[in-house]
Design a protein around this ligand. Structure first.
Ligand code: SF4
Length: 314
């Protein structure tokens, strides 16, 4: 793997862009100021070169050049680990490794091998992998194996599973996620198999557009608030979202009193708006943006990395 460049802020998020042969991939490490790295450190890795799913608001879906191998995924992680913890002892309370950058993890069986390898490779008591998925059809084998791995290696709240469902209207879901996916009933019945006592609640993520169809009554019919929580995210201004004229329903101005949060809470769900995306917009590291531009010959990637201290007033 050849590093092409790194971009961002030392005390917020750093995007790495790398090349394997003629294929480009991105990975990210991020902090959540003012929480120090010893308390929480998040790595976000790519599982594919591009993505075959092609969601309407995601630049990673502009092309698909294959799956990232087990070794290459471990290289993404190791690159970031070695720069902070050269001896492989990661004494971080919450060390999250998210399989959530470019690619749909459930379509890459190598992800399962990486999950088995991580606890052997590092001394990392706070290790918590996170799989973020749109639940593609024909990935049942992946999901069944994932339950076994979670129960053996990451029980008692050491694993985070997120379904990005985006809408409660199946037609709209199928439009946004332009591949065959599980419907809400199928996700809910998998969740029943997944959830064991002590596990973290499963995340249901909605990227909220101005005209999104999200009905908390439909959510409660399918999903038990004891087993699921709700994460609402703004739509990032990716090239694809701009091209498809998808505008975010959540803005900095309306986020504090966003009515859907209350509607979900009334029905017993934990619900919150995830603001991480604003920070990513600020440093321009939305998923797939750099790799896609690089592939299109639109940017020359170079080091534009700064150690400037992040201030909340930035
Ligand atoms: S959002 Fe995820 S599944 Fe959809 S195109 Fe992007 S990387 Fe693929």
């Amino acid at each position: 793997m050849e590093l092409l460049g790194k971009y961002g802020k030392e005390d917020l998020a750093i995007l790495y862009v790398a090349k394997n042969g003629d294929k480009v991939l991105e990975f990210v490490e991020s902090l959540q100021p003012p929480i120090p790295r010893e308390k929480k450190w998040v790595l976000i890795i790519s599982t594919m070169y591009g993505c075959p799913i092609g969601c309407l608001m995601c630049d990673a879906g502009e092309y698909f050049h294959g799956k990232v191998s087990k070794e290459e995924m471990l290289e993404e992680i190791d690159y970031m680990v070695k720069s902070r913890y050269p001896d492989g002892k990661i004494l971080v309370e919450k060390f999250k490794v998210q399989f959530a950058r470019m690619g749909e993890p459930a379509l890459n069986e190598n992800v399962l091998e990486v999950l088995e390898e991580l606890p052997k490779k590092y001394e990392a008591p706070g290790l918590m992998p996170c799989i973020s998925t749109v639940a593609p059809k024909n990935s049942e084998e992946f999901f069944n194996k994932l339950i076994t791995i979670k129960d053996h290696l990451y029980s008692k709240g050491k694993f985070q599973l997120q379904f990005s469902i985006h809408s409660t209207n199946e037609e709209e879901r199928n439009k946004w996620i332009s591949s065959k996916i599980w419907n809400l009933s199928e996700i809910a019945s998998y969740g029943e198999k997944w959830f064991k006592e002590g596990d973290r609640k499963i995340t249901l993520n909605f990227a909220v557009a101005e005209d999104s169809l999200i009905d908390p009554e439909i959510v409660i019919k399918h999903f038990n608030p004891d087993k699921y929580w709700i994460k609402l995210t703004p739509i990032n201004p990716t090239n694809k979202a701009v091209k498809n004229e998808i505008k975010s329903g959540i803005t900095e101005e309306n986020s504090e009193f966003f009515p859907l949060v209350q509607e979900f809470k009334k029905r017993g769900f934990e619900a919150e708006i995830s603001f991480g995306e604003y920070e990513e917009n600020e440093i321009g590291t939305n998923c797939g943006q750099f790799a896609t531009k690089y592939n299109n010959g639109e940017v020359e990637i170079k080091e534009t990395y700064t150690t400037t201290k992040y201030a909340l007033s930035d």
